[in-house]
Design a protein around this ligand. Sequence first.
Ligand code: ADP
Length: 259
Amino acid sequence: PVERSFHVWGTALGDGHFALVFHDLGEARRIDRMRSDFVANASHELRTPLAAIAGFVETLRGPARNDEKARDRFLTIIGEQTARMTRLIDDLLSLSRLESRPTLDLGQKVDLTAVVREVAETLGPVAAESGVRLELDVDQVEVGGSRDELVQVVQNLIENACKYGASGGRVLVSLKQADQMEAELSVRDWGAGIASEHLPRVTERFYRADVQSSRAKKGTGLGLSIVKHIATRHHARLTIASEPGKGSLFALRFPSKFV
Ligand code: ADP
C-alpha cells in the first residue's frame, strides 16, 4: 500500500474564497527515512573496520606484544582496515560533493577519449594485479560536462570490471559515436556477472550483490551509486546487462545535444 498523508494549510483569500494547500508528507517522510538509513549505513560501515583496528591494537598491547609473527600479521590487518576506512570516507565525500554541487555546465566540452586513455593507463597496475587484460576500442568523442566527474565514472567502471572480471580474461572499454548523434561509453567484462535479482539494486548506496564473494573484494558498495549520480547530472543513461557466469556490460549513453 502506498502511504500518503497530507498537511493541509487553509488561508482566506479575502474575497470569500478559501485556498487549500496540500503538502505531501509521504514524500517528505520517505526522504527523511532515506537520509537516516544512509547515516545508519555509513556509520555501520565505518564502525566495522574501526572495531577491528581497536581490537587488534588491544591484542598488540597484550598477548601479541612479544610475538613477532603475530605482530606483523596484526599490523597488516590494521593497515588493510585503515585503507578500507579511507576508501569509504573518500566515496562518502565524493557523494556529498556531488550532492552539494549545483547543476553542471554541459556547454563545457570534455575530451572523453583522452579521459578513457588516461584512466586506463593509471589503472594498468590494478588490471595486472587482477590478472585481466585491459583492451581499448575508442573513437574520438567529446561530451559536455565535468572532466573530474567523468574521470571518476570511467575509473569506477574499469575498477569494477577488473575486480569482478575473470582472472586471465579481458576487459573491453569501448567509446563510440553511435551515429552522428549519440555517444556510448561501455565497459565489458567476462567475469562473475550479476544475478537478475540483484541487478536492479546494484546502483543503490551500499548495495553489494552476492555478499560472500563481494566481501572478499575490496569495495564500499558506493562506486555504482556515484556512477549513476554523475550519469544523471550529464543527462546520460546508464544501462547494465549481465548474466551470471558470463559477465557484465555497463553502458552510458550520452544524448546528442550534449555530444
Ligand atoms: P563495490 O565497492 O562493492 O564494488 P559498487 O557500487 O561499485 O560497489 O558495486 C555494487 C555491487 O555491484 C558490487 O558489490 C558487485 O556485487 C556488483 N558489481 C559491480 N560491478 C560488477 C561487475 N563488473 N561484475 C559483477 N558484479 C559487479
